[in-house]
Design a protein around this ligand. Sequence first.
Ligand SMILES: Cc1ncc(COP(=O)(O)O)c(C=O)c1O
Length: 440
Amino acid sequence: MKPRDYDLDALWLPFTANRQFKSAPRILVSAKDMHYMAEDGRRVLDGTAGLWCVNAGHCRTPIIEAIQRQAETLDYSPLFQMGHPGEFRAAELVAALAPAGLDHVFFVNSGSEAVDTALKIALAYHRARGEGHRNVLIGRERGYHGVGFGGMSVGGIPANRKAYGSTLGRVDHLPHTHDLEHNAFTRGQPAWGAHLAEALETRIIALHDASNIAAVIVEPVAGSTGVLVPPRGYLEKLRAICDRHGLLLIFDEVITGFGRTGRAFAADTFGVVPDMITFAKGVTSATVPMGGVIVRHEIYDTVVNNAPPGMVELFHGYTYSGHPLATAAAQATLALYHEEKLFDRVRENAPHFENALHALKGVRNVVDIRNFGLMAAIELDPVAGKPGARGFAAFLKCFELGVLTRVTGDIIALSPPLIINRAQIDELVGTIGGVLRGLD
Ligand SMILES: Cc1ncc(COP(=O)(O)O)c(C=O)c1O
């Protein structure tokens, strides 16, 4: 390995144990298709599509060329009170992929910004309707909605909240649906647990009153806390309760969007249509940061038509909302998904992925395996008194053996690029199995 020509000290790494990392860094220097190249020359199979985002595979030529062409043509244009063709084209393409009725797109730069934007749109919508008192936001335990103050507040991960006392005040949380006693080793959607959605009505609406609640936000499949697949009928129940009480339903599809569940959005896969969808990651296959919110036309019309003519209707936006490089990358990425039929490919390969994973049942310390589309989790029994230690040891060993996984506590999460083939699925799962068999 060549000596490093940079120092590790100045950088504060995100969501990383900095001291541990800097004592034994894991550095990736290049990537192509399904593989990373590590600093020491090892090829590493990408079992996580980076961070659930490189859905088209790495360094795909059509996307790279589109970004290069755009950088030479229009590097940046002001995005408030001005426009450029790429942002309109990209919005049209995203809206065309969304369920019918969700047809207006607001661009941002990340999943966190998408979530905070959706929450603000929900509040602005109710206010425009003359119901500004609807301002309570409902999330779910074990939900991850990014790290902005809105997303952190509706999120349900204690570690992400506890250092920052000032989460939003008017927030409540549904119970999560993770239950090993009833659902361990379920393939696809668990049969048990739809009733947990009823807490929205029996506990949350009963406490706050529907007239005060603006919106409910959930990930259709919770990703970051370990691939929690919605029980059969659960999302349908949430939709019905929201409809009965005039609450907006937001699906955070930052992970599930753009093919991960075998269709453009999990809303299609599960046949439940929300009022807003947040997206990011896969929209550009992570080549350029981008995110957004897709809204029902009633929401757009209400906010826009209730403002006086000539006035800005929504006082919200980012310097880079609809950045030319991002919209060029999005157009090329969405074209590639279409040309290579990558969402169909997920549905074709999902049974193989599922069978390979569930063959690990019975392996030492494995207490659950769950999967949906091309996302899966293997949950391990924690070492007594050392939560997360076994998961992290598995992650390190897999990386050493040339396979990138992601761990959240003692849960190994998998979400490979959608281009993965069956031999690579076998390699990914086989390596993890070997590692788990060898771990204490
Ligand atoms: C469901 C969900 N929402 C929001 C986010 C935040 O996205 P970002 O890290 O781009 O801000 C993530 C990130 O993983 C996510 O999984």
